[in-house]
Design a protein around this ligand. Structure first.
Ligand code: B12
Length: 315
């Protein structure tokens, strides 16, 4: 059995707090506006011993993403080295590939978190940045430019940056979040695609439980009955016995139909030929498809507008 892979690492990462001044800059509003939102309960805050308000970065990110703040620039909250170019996903992808080649963990972290906080949704980071950069790493391995340990190291470096980002996605919105479960099938040891699917779903207001790599269909079924999800995602990058997989999947799918659970499938192992033999609710080539489907099933509730000032005259 493969344990939930991210529990350990996440526990070691401290939540990030930011000051009202940083928040004001990131949101494009005045410090007094931020303080008012805190006092009105729109932005949860903690007080330091000296009485200063400090805010959880994930709450700030949520408010910016869900609120209508045209001047917002989340990259203000995450110190991004000035030499990094976040102007478009292709630029980030190229820099990420170079950083992975040089095992520059700090740069990988800055690029992944910087890209997200700059405003690229997680599905864009997955489909246009991380996925293609990893494909190039795989190509370098296939052509003998790098060794397998370097491929493993690249995966682990991206993983570390994503675990940290995951913590920043945690929000105070805990009510009425629909549950999704997912993972990779048995004998598939890929970590990143399913973890990214989880993060994409969390970012879209879901409570997403990642069963991780190498998960037998029987374990999916047990989780289905225990966790009672609305959605199951299956990410398959490698299948060693297609016929057995298809048979076990067909049995599993019948259970999801009985329980009224949607099934989203994807991953590089699901060629057209295999997909044609897999009944499902939806399939996609990228996590943008999963995000669109998840948004169709469940829309995050908008934040209360209460307390938002009519103008910014106090700036
Ligand atoms: C890193 C890597 C490894 C690492 C994995 C480390 C780890 N624990 O995660 C190691 C070195 C262990 C490895 C081993 C092997 N690998 Co490998 N690996 C890769 C590599 C380079 C990157 C995978 C990755 O992390 N990608 C990042 C993710 C985010 O991108 P993605 O997988 O493309 O996912 C995207 C879409 O598919 C989609 N998606 C994914 N899941 C889902 C789910 C849903 C619901 C939806 C809608 C969309 C969706 O959205 C994602 C984002 O855009 C790929 C190269 C490649 N071209 O993908 C090969 C690749 C996956 N590996 C491959 C192979 C053949 C192997 C080995 C058999 C090699 C060998 N001979 O031993 C073994 C098999 C191990 C096993 N049993 O699982 C093949 C798989 C071919 C296939 N599909 O059958 C690939 C595609 C390389 C290739 N071009 O041949 N691998």
């Amino acid at each position: 059995m493969t344990p939930e892979p991210d529990a350990d690492t996440a526990a070691k990462i401290e939540p990030r707090y930011v000051s009202t001044v940083q928040v004001a800059k990131a949101m494009g509003v005045s410090v007094s506006t931020v303080k008012r939102w805190v006092d009105d309960g729109i932005l949860p805050a903690h007080r330091t011993i000296g009485g200063h308000r400090k805010l959880l970065m994930s709450d700030v990110i949520r408010l910016v993403r869900e609120g209508n703040l045209p001047q917002a620039d989340l990259s203000q909250l995450v110190p991004v080295p000035t030499q990094i170019d976040l102007s478009d996903p292709t630029a980030i992808r190229n820099q990420l590939f170079n950083a992975l080649q040089h095992a520059d963990a700090e740069l990988v972290r800055s690029l992944i978190q910087g890209g997200y906080h700059h405003g690229y949704p997680l599905e864009v980071m997955a489909d246009q940045v991380i996925g293609p950069a990893m494909h190039r790493i795989g190509h370098d391995w296939e052509t003998g430019k790098i060794q397998v340990f370097q491929e493993h190291r690249a995966t682990q470096t991206v993983l570390a940056a994503l675990y940290e980002l995951r913590l920043q996605l945690r929000t105070k919105v805990t009510e009425n979040r629909p549950v999704a479960i997912g993972g990779a099938p048995e004998h598939d040891h890929s970590i990143l695609p399913s973890l990214l699917a989880k993060l994409v779903l969390i970012d879209n207001g879901w409570d997403a439980i990642n069963l991780g790599p190498h998960t037998p269909m029987s374990a999916f079924e047990a989780a289905l009955r225990t966790c009672k999800p609305r959605l199951v995602w299956l990410s398959a990058s490698h299948l060693i016995d297609q016929e057995r997989f298809l048979k076990e999947y067909a049995d599993f799918y019948r259970v999801t139909v009985d329980l009224g659970v949607s099934v989203a499938i994807g991953g590089s192992a699901l060629t057209n030929e295999i997909r044609c033999r897999m009944p499902c609710t939806t399939f996609g080539d990228g996590l943008s498809h999963l995000a669109a489907f998840a948004r169709m099933l469940h829309r995050s509730p908008p934040l209360p507008r209460r307390g938002r000032p009519p103008d910014e005259s106090d700036q």
